[in-house]
Design a protein around this ligand. Sequence first.
Ligand code: ADP
Length: 398
Amino acid sequence: MEGTILVVNCGSSSLKVALFDPQLKKLTSGLAERLGKGDAFASLKGSSGPIELASKANHEDAFRALVSALQDQGLLDEAPVAIGHRVVHGGETFREAALINNDVLSAIRDCAGLAPLHNPVNLLGINATKALFPDTPQVAVFDTAFHQTLPEAAYLYALPLEFYWDWGVRRYGFHGTSHQFMAHEAARLLEKTPATTSIISAHLGNGCSITAIRDGRSVDTSMGLTPLEGLVMGTRSGDVDPGLVDFLATKGMSAEEVNRVLNNESGLLGLSGQTNDMRSLTELADHGHEPSQTAIDVFCFRLARYIGAMMASLKHLDALVFTGGIGENSSRVRKKVVKHLGLFGFSIDNELNNHHGGISKAHIEGADSRFRILVIPTNEELVIAREALAAARPGTAG
Ligand code: ADP
């Protein structure tokens, strides 16, 4: 097919691709996992079986295999017109998507100090696609870019200012493409323009973050210098007392161990002792497993508390928006969170909350709610495809 747009999302041991037609309709998506780990595998939606991949395959091998499977399906007989890459950290350099050239590559490399686990693998993805499609414009779409509108009072930590000047220690925020999509979709559903729409957007997946969006611009967000800050997440703790680090040092833990526990062994997993998966936690709680119920309670309370905090950044509020695997699917979490917010005038309609059916039935607020409450499926790949097309061929995409 002519005029396709390829979206690439590289993780440390995974590679996801999605292919869009020129009207930005998704044609298919593929996934390679356990790259570099000795038991790599890949699959493409619509293919009869798994894609053949050497067990020691790296990102470039996986990309070649996925592209050849796309070609076998007749979807990529010509090079794509644009390739959009999810890049985690754009620091203060990138306020929007950027057409990749040598300067952009070296700036992404410079930001790697802020995201040592992510930016280097994002660069791997860029190199893998460049090797195969050297003439196709490649565009970097940053998780942090949407939050570059945060005012100083929201992005500065109360630390010696030199930390910011010398090392860039500040709040950057993440999940920017998802929050940006929420701002646009909410405006569309409310029949307003994004530039006049103010929402609180809660992205609740394995990683969770919440953003206050005033008149279409991000003005506060819960993730910080790293994606560890803020809400309770699948395996991340979110906010803890910074004094914890020293306390755990007295118990013999190194900084590296503390970091591992906070990122990989905390959150819903740490509290429940069982799982980071909200669906399983709900089932466990229903069967009387108290720590799972506690995990859900802490998750919901922290989120409600943050929604309250986000109100301080807004002059008016058009809607509270839930998205991500948990936000889109867990009526129980939504109900529990909104229950904490009665004082602000939020209320939920239980029937709508239990039976909402996607965008056409996005509203779940009660008749007496002071604010709208929406459930909107996120679509980060679409945002990346749209931005890639716009940056690669200015004037062709809105
Ligand atoms: P990621 O951040 O990896 O993209 P997702 O957005 O897919 O993650 O969200 C994953 C989370 O969504 C998991 O905790 C999962 O249990 C939860 N989830 C998915 N479906 C449901 C459901 N029907 N009810 C409750 N939680 C759900």
